[in-house]
Design a protein around this ligand. Sequence first.
Ligand SMILES: [Cu+2]
Length: 751
Amino acid sequence: MRPDRFSRESAVSEACCRISGDKFLYYNYSLLKNMNKSTEYLIKFRPLSALLIALATSPSLVLAAEAQSIEIVVSAKSEKPKTSPLSSKKVKSSDTAALLSDEAGVSLQTGGGVSSLPVVNGMADERLLICVDCMQITSACANHMNPPLSYIPPSSVGSISVNAGVTPVSMGGDNIGGTVVVESASPVFAENGKKLIQNGSFSSYYRSNNHARGVSITSSVASSKLSFGVTASHDRADDYVDGNGKKVTSTYYASNNLGLTLAAKTDTGVLTVKAGHQSIPGQGFVNQWMDMVDNDASYVNAIYKAGYGWGSLEAKGYYQNTWHKMDSGDDKLPVALRPPVSMPYMPMDTRGISWGYTLKTDMLVGQNSIVRVGNEFHRFTLDDWWPPVAGSMMMSPNAFVNINNGRKDRYALFAEWEAKIGDNVTTILGVRNEQVRMNVGNVQGYNNTATYSTDVAAFNAHDHSRNDSNWDVTAIARYQPSSTESYEFGYARKTRSPNLYERYAWSKSWMCSGMIGWSGDGNGYVGNQNLRPEIAHTFSVTGQWNDKNKSSWQLNVTPYFTYVHDYIDVELAGGKTFSAPGNEVRNILLFTNHKAELYGINLAGSVGVWNTERFGNGKIHGVLGYVHGIDVDNGNSLYHMMPLNMKLSLEQNLSGWTNTIEAQLVARKSETDPLRFEPKTDGYVLVNLSTAYQYRNMHIEVGVTNLLDKFYSLPLGGINYDNFLDSKKTERFDPLAGQGRSFTIGLTQTF
Ligand SMILES: [Cu+2]
């Protein structure tokens, strides 16, 4: 993954946090990796310009630029706020993962409308570590309907960044594919000696295709020592319509979010406490058997960052609690009740709690190096039970217990050494160990008939505790011979323990295994207690070239290769054939360790094409991603590999206006996983237009996505379960179609 606007903003915000008074760490990995400035520049880091970049992402903060940021005194006037890529994306989508869609190597696996599952260099979902305001949240759902990014709406996102593959061990463990870090807006303080400052914003948007609409407000009040902020948002949408004008059912959603921030500044650092609540009263999942009918979650987290003469200290803690309900949703229910009636009700409840802490310290050692050590603990507990259904022989009289008192604990220690060797080489070496402890209690079926009793007896006969000792190692060297080129070489060994469902989902029956799985493919999945953690060895090289001022052009090229030992793939354990005339077949698949290889290349670049008084400046941005993944043991393609894809955009900036035309090109998907009956999809080109205008503190943007109303199937969309249900399960599964043309309008007013 190469730097672009988002990752750079995040790096800046991280840098801001690391700076305390006039003491600051003179460089750190994220800065070097993402900002790609000369080391000298970093040593003489200029807070004002950095802060302005960070502020541009968050309209609510813009007016506070005259005040004091968390740890940097800004005395200059703010520049006129500019349209940021992030604010433009918030108008186009309510999917938080989609904020990353312009990053080379990032693609989106379709889930619910609130958040799809990000895929980075072919690694999806839980193969990535996703931190939301320092919280490591685990999906509390057998279908991963509530993934980490679903807990922060786009309107609350202050910064989002992705680091693929080779990431420093200090960024976290239990992942093999990389890290996504999302943060809500940082608190702002008044300047020393100044009275209270107040600021806020109001945003709203509408998208015509699915009548998506939403409002969000932010407001904060701060003295020089204390800061208090509140954010609230409401988003909802109906089902979208594809390029042929056909409604794609079970794509509706609604989401309500409330967040509070309280921050206090001490002599050495800043303590920030955030708490909030989310309610999702309904969210359709067109590629799943079930829908989300209720999701209620609350969280509290605290982070303390402090700088000292010897280095810095960071302490984080969090608690997050989810109550989740699935059943046939508003679109599926009437179809299932239409004769012949087919399983209209199947309530499934889960409760998940994620909590943990991280302690991390950066110590300056000599002139040119930092030693970073840390300790983390993360616990995820899960109960997953399916209440009995009155009148159903199959689903009564007991509750089906899928995961009973499940627990995954991770105890981690790491040490990392970052050093500047000579004038233009920086290295990072790190090692991390995680002790993973997993366990669940005994289970039961809906009743004691043979459908359940054999599996229950086999499962309950044995101890379920599993312990893994996972070692991660990262080595990165960055060589920057001049300000116009740099090269980074990286190797990482990274480890991920299975999740609770991969190890403990126990029923081999078609109906119950069919409820397990986050691939959107209609197959059934069965857990395997003999699974070993997956261990990935990743090699990557990044070359970056740019002009002297980085103002007219730049190019990043990152080829990568990953060999995964014990990759958690699947093998055939049974099947199900549906009725004529379609005679559709789905498999029951047992999670199994295989060997896998992934390789690919990411390109990102930009070039200025004009810069005149009359036409402002024009710039072309482009990203390209290619990935190939194979299960070495059975020779199949890995599931959900994004075909070759490219995005090209031409952007014009002219006195307050930002005009953009964008083309998204996706090649035909021909490499598919036969065990999952993955559909092949045709190539397509989508064209988007937008224009944005900034007038004082008001930002307005209008646009159209999929201008040509092109019909296309989503390469990572899985199957359309609703169409199958509508045929009374007698037709073949269709691949899931993407959204047709949509007109969008968005407005943000800061005050
Ligand atoms: Cu669910």
